[in-house]
Structure formats: C-alpha cells, structure tokens
Design a protein around this ligand. Structure first.
Ligand SMILES: [Zn+2]
Length: 570
C-alpha cells in the first residue's frame, strides 16, 4: 500500500474532546472518527488493527472448542420479560418499537437470545457441552460516553456462552476460557492481570476480570506481589474479627461522654479539633436503600465501598442521602450523625466491631459522643464487610501488604450456573431421562476496548508503538525526497522486495517534507521505518529505525530484507 492511497488523515492538534491518550491517538493517527457521542467509524488503518485482534480471538476460541455464530442485534422484549431484565436493566438499554407497536431492544448483551436459541434445539445430554461465540456490536446508552471506544454507546465485543451438563463441565469451560484469554491478551502485546471480581447475586469465586494496568483505567484493583492474589476493590475481602476479643474489650470500656464540637462537620476538622487520629472515629453515613434510609458505620480512616454495602443490603438502588433527608433522619445537620438513638437500620463494618472508645456524631448540632460501644450504646441491624481495600492492607492469602493500581477491564469470565437456563427453561434430558437445566457460563472480551488498551500500554509522546501482532503494517519505507530519481528508484525497489516477501509494508510516496513524513510514521506507529536518503544512498545503505525504542541502524541494501525480517519476526 502507498500512503497517498490510505484514507486516514492524521491530525497535528490534540482533539479537545479526547481525555485519554488512546482516544487522542486513535483520532490523530486517522484510525477512527467520531460519528456522534460514543459512536465511532473505523477508518482503514483502525479496521486492520481490529481485524487482527479479532483474528487472534477467533484462533484461540477455535482452539478452546468455540464455534462462531452471529446473533441478532435487535432482540424482542418478550425474551427479556422472561428473565425480568426488561425492567431491571434500566436506562442503559436502547429500546425501540416497530410499526405493530412491538417492543425491541438493541442488544446490550446476548444471554437471553442465545439461551432461547439453544433451548429450542438441544434436548439431550449427548448434544452438550456447547461453546458458542460471536463477535458483534453491543449497545449501551451510557449517561456520559467518554474515553473514546473505552466507554462508548456502540462497541464491539466477543461473547462466548458455554452450556454444560454439570458443575464439573462448567469448571472445565471456565478454565478453558481463562487460559484462552491469557493467551489472547499476551498475543495482543498486552500485560493483563486476571483479578477476582464481585459476582453480585451469584456469589463465590464465580468471576474474574482481565485488567490492563493503566493509570487512566477506571477500575481500582489491589494485588499482591508475594503471591498471585489480585482483586477488584469491591471484591477484596476482609475477615470478621474474633468475637471473644470484642466482648472482653467492650466490658472494660468507659461510659459514653459528650464532647462539644462546634462547627466540626468533617473528619479532618474533627481530628484536628480533638487532636486525635481518624482511626478513633466512627463514620456514620446515611444512605437511601431502595428509597428507605439506613445508616452505615465504618472506622474513620477507612473508605466505605458502596458495591459492598449494596450487596450487604441486597437492594436494587443505593444513593447517599441528601442533606434534607439526613437532617430528617438524624434531627441534626449533616456532619453530626451517629448511631446512638437512631431508629433506622444500622449496618456496621467489621472495623467498628472492635472499637470500644469510638467517637461519633450525637445527632445534635455541634455535639459528638465519645466511648460509643456497639452492643451497649446501639445495636447493629447487620454486621458486614463494607471496607474498600487499599494499598498496605494485608493480602487475604499470604498477609503481605497489598499494592494498588488502576486498570482497564478488557475481558470477563463468569460462571452463570442456572441464572438464565432456569427462567428461560433451557433444559436437557440426562442419562437417566431426567430433565435438568443447562449449566451456563459467559465470557466477554471488549474488542474495540482492547484496541484502546493496547495503545494505553504501548505509546510514547510521539504516537503509538504497535506490538507486531496487531500493527496495521509492519514496515514503512520513507524516501526523504520522492521526487529525487535515485531515492525513488531505491525506495520503489525495496518496497517491491518486501511486498514479494509478503511483509506488510507501506511506501510513503507523498511529496511532503521529511519531517511531516517522519511525524506521521511515528504517530501511526509502524514498528519499523526504513529511511531512504541522500546521505547513505551513495554507500548503498538505508537507515532503519525501530519504533518502540527509537534505535537506529545503518543497513546495506543487500541485507535490508533479511535484517528487518529478523528484527520483526525473530
Ligand atoms: Zn499474597
């Protein structure tokens, strides 16, 4: 291919709307263009990269006994009513109505459609296991689409669904996918970490997310360098303290005592006014759980994780109460809430169980209480793990200090069990002729998101540094002046030589200044640049630049194909 023929104009300026490096470079390098908020068109170079990622995914899915199908984007509402997700899914689902007033959605995910497909065709255990997958557009009406394709409203996903006869079969499917995912991300040039994730209502060790570590990531994770433990902060668990120590400690505690604390409504103001550290405080937060007020308590120096709280409460909706509600519930302004005398449910984090001299709000303006003790001064409706893990916390496997990082989720593997097969009645007859629900798993990869994640991990200030397996082309030949007869002849000959050797090569045939051509080559991120210029040409030599480390080599024309091939393919 010649660059003059490639439709993919590069941009010098950083587009104002692009916060993330991957988003900036995908626009600047001419890989994609925005159509409307959260919806993108892929241009030729971007589409080549996507297809390369898809090819790697397809190979690994085939190796793991996956069979590719293509499910519809448009899905009937009736199916989603069967699993009660039509209403539960919320505003993120794009809904539409046809001329007969029948309702449909644009698939945000495909569990319903595929389960309905399999239930209609599979009758016997002999037809199982099945691993079916597709690579397909998905739709989510994000309230705030951002970060380019990382959080778009239309995006490409690979989703595989496994159907097994029992838990053992599901375990094997899960392991097969877990290993396939590890290979896929490795082949894409990504270092992705499988982390334990929260599995919501299903529970257990039923899900892992594959995270690409990047400071720009939206997910908070903790991991242990001493062992292989890694988890989402929502998932990382703390164990309940020993009950005996608590009882003894509480018995020795002093009586409750009032503290005048004028104008101290924040943890910082309180710790400096009372000259104490935050771990002596009990934070009391008022939330609305399914619109009913509750109080959540945690030690003052810890952060409460709302995903954990929501799980402990088993509620659909959880929001921090506004000032007005807090004042109604506690009879005090915000900042003076405490558990003593509250008549709403009180959910207590493990960290508060061992506190016998805790300081809390008194539910009265400018007043706090000291020596507040659980079980004596107030009762807990429930005690749960509400604390968000952070770096320095002990690893639950080996007790070493955890480290924290941010990540971009590129894949997730999930044991569904009978969550969909039961309501949708996807059953089979086992060896004894008994009807049983299929045991399912689902396994997703964000394909367009993977492309962005690759750029997040492989770039420098000049542009993208594509890993070889996903680079749109492997080599670009840049004549310094294509109008110069000698340079043109050599550049054309080298180009022809690489084409004949089936190397993915591009010739920059544009009549641009060399600086412009070099900048574009770096921005787009061709792994190897061969520069044909007047300085080396009399010696029958060219300059070879390796994109990712900027190393430059002078190579004789007779050896250029062989040496560059070795640099590229080893
Ligand atoms: Zn560990």
């Amino acid at each position: 291919m010649q660059t003059s023929q490639i439709y993919g104009p590069t941009l010098r300026e950083i587009p104002a709307e692009a916060e993330l490096v991957s988003h900036q470079f995908m626009l600047r390098a001419g890989l994609m263009r925005k159509s409307t908020a959260g919806v993108y068109t892929y241009l030729p170079l971007g589409l080549i990269v996507l297809h390369k990622i898809m090819a790697i995914i397809r190979e690994e899915m085939t190796s793991a006994q996956g069979q590719e199908i293509l499910l519809p984007i448009m899905q009937p509402a009736e199916l989603w009513h069967e699993t009660k997700r039509w209403d539960d899914y919320g505003d993120e689902m794009f809904k539409l109505v046809d001329r007969h007033k029948r309702q449909f959605c644009l698939g945000p995910t495909h569990e319903e459609v595929i389960t309905a497909l399999v239930r209609a065709d599979v009758r016997s255990y002999r037809q199982l296991p099945l691993r079916l997958y597709q690579i397909q557009n998905k739709y989510r009406d994000e309230i705030r689409p951002r970060f380019g394709v990382i959080r778009g409203r239309e995006f490409i996903m690979k989703d595989l669904y496994s159907f097994d006869i029992d838990e053992q079969g599901l375990h094997e499917s899960y392991q097969a996918m877990f290993q396939a995912y590890t290979r896929i991300f490795e082949r894409c040039g990504l270092s992705a970490l499988p982390v334990e994730a929260d599995s919501g209502a299903i529970g257990g060790d039923a899900t892992h997310e594959f995270m690409v570590l990047a400071d720009s990531g939206e997910a908070d994770i903790v991991y242990c360098s001493a062992c292989d433990y890694a988890a989402n902060v929502e998932r990382a668990e703390f164990v309940a303290p020993d009950v005996h120590t608590i009882t003894n400690d509480s018995a020795n505690s002093d009586c409750i005592q009032e503290l005048d604390t004028p104008h101290t409504t924040t943890i910082d103001e309180l710790t400096s006014a009372l000259e104490i550290s935050a771990d002596k405080l009990i934070k009391t937060m008022i939330y609305l759980a399914d619109k009913k007020p509750i109080a959540a308590l945690i030690r003052g120096d810890y952060t409460l994780n709302e995903v954990k709280l929501q799980k402990a409460l088993d509620c659909q909706e959880l929001v921090l109460a506004d000032a007005q509600t807090t004042e109604q519930v506690t009879s005090a302004p915000v900042g003076f809430a405490g558990p003593v005398g509250l008549s709403i449910p009180i959910i207590v984090d493990y960290s508060v169980m061992t506190m016998s001299h805790g300081i809390t709000g008194a539910n009265q303006r400018d007043l706090h209480l000291a020596n507040v003790t659980l079980g004596r001064d107030y009762q807990a409706t429930a005690i749960a793990d509400l604390r968000e893990a952070k770096s320095g916390d002990p690893c639950p496997h080996c007790s070493e200090a955890l480290e924290s990082a941010r990540g971009i989720e590129v894949g997730q593997v999930f044991k569904l069990g009978t969550k969909y097969s039961e309501p949708l009645e996807a059953t089979f007859l086992d060896e004894n002729g008994k009807k049983r629900p299929m045991i399912m798993g689902c396994y997703g990869i964000g394909v367009s998101r993977t492309m962005a994640a690759i750029i997040e991990q492989n770039h420098d200030s000049d542009g993208i540094c594509w890993p070889i397996n996903v680079a749109p082309y492997h080599v670009i030949i840049v004549p310094v002046n294509y109008k110069d007869e000698a340079q043109k002849n050599v550049a054309d000959a080298v180009y022809r030589q690489f084409l004949d050797a089936k190397v993915a090569v591009v010739l920059d045939d544009r009549h641009e200044r060399p600086g412009v051509k070099f900048k574009d080559a770096d921005l787009i991120g061709y792994p190897i640049r061969i520069t044909v210029g007047p300085r080396l040409l009399p010696e029958k030599q060219v300059e070879v630049t390796i994109r990712h480390n900027k190393e430059q080599l002078t190579i004789h024309l007779d050896e250029v194909l062989e040496k560059v091939s070795r640099l590229l393919y080893g």
